[in-house]
Ligand binder design. Sequence first.
Ligand code: FAD
Length: 266
Amino acid sequence: MRLIVPIKQVPETSNVKMDPETGTMVRSGVEAIVNPLDLYAIEAALRLREAHGGQVVALSMGPPAADKALREAMAMGCDEAVLLSDRRFAGSDTWATAYALAQAIRKLGPFDLIICGERATDGDTGQVGPGIASFLGLPAITYVSKIGELADGGVRVERLVEGGRERLWAALPAVLTVVKEIAYPRLPTLRGKQRARQAQVPVWGPPEIEAREDWLGLKGSPTRVVKIEKPQVARQGELIRIKESEDVDRAVDAVMARLREWRILS
Ligand SMILES: Cc1cc2nc3c(=O)[nH]c(=O)nc-3n(C[C@H](O)[C@H](O)[C@H](O)COP(=O)(O)OP(=O)(O)OC[C@H]3O[C@@H](n4cnc5c(N)ncnc54)[C@H](O)[C@@H]3O)c2cc1C
């Protein structure tokens, strides 16, 4: 089997900061890691390769530093990695990102499955996997929790739905986005790390993937982040200080009075 795993490098924080002027993510000064949910996609692909043979290719679009994320994927066991990195990709929304990744996948040649993470912990849309499927005209199954047997030229899977599981079959090639239940990600091995350090990771730009430049980057993105707002958690707390032990009764009386005032206690 030939398996492609698109992985995204994300800031190692859930507190993603956005540039209010450009609407783009502020990545400088924040440690970057492999999107944690993509580790499950890598693991799922490696297990399929172990069961059926073949090759796992990790693919990422991002700044040159995303090379590190790809080498981590190789240290876990991916056979090859390709980075899409060029100023013309910068600022791509989910549509342009999915287009660029789909073009790169066309260039990579025949494959059986594309396995994505459920969502990226920064952008958090979960749109890129189905977007890739749409550009390539492939079936897409999201929230896959189990990959079963290969049958009748396709693959049987289970996907999580609210309150249960759905069993589906999709013809290959197909795109799956997987959830954490799929398999616990392995740690990189020392041998894997050595191999990853020495590996060639080709860097492709728009010409290499034969992409339309007007479909890339901020200019090629049909959506824009117009405004980013962080919800303000406003608490009007009241602090009752206790200095001496005799203050305790006074503090309890004050709390009880408040609870009665707010009709929480009668
Ligand atoms: C309406 C809208 C407008 C936006 N506008 C801007 C903008 O103006 N400027 C800007 O900088 N950003 C913008 N973004 C953010 C940008 O679209 C995302 O960072 C990027 O497209 C990936 O989407 P995501 O993070 O939601 O990934 P998801 O769709 O949540 O990721 C799902 C899976 O897709 C794969 N994947 C996602 N991204 C990549 C990648 N880069 N390489 C390889 N695999 C990947 C991974 O397997 C991942 O687990 C916008 C997003 C939205 C929703």
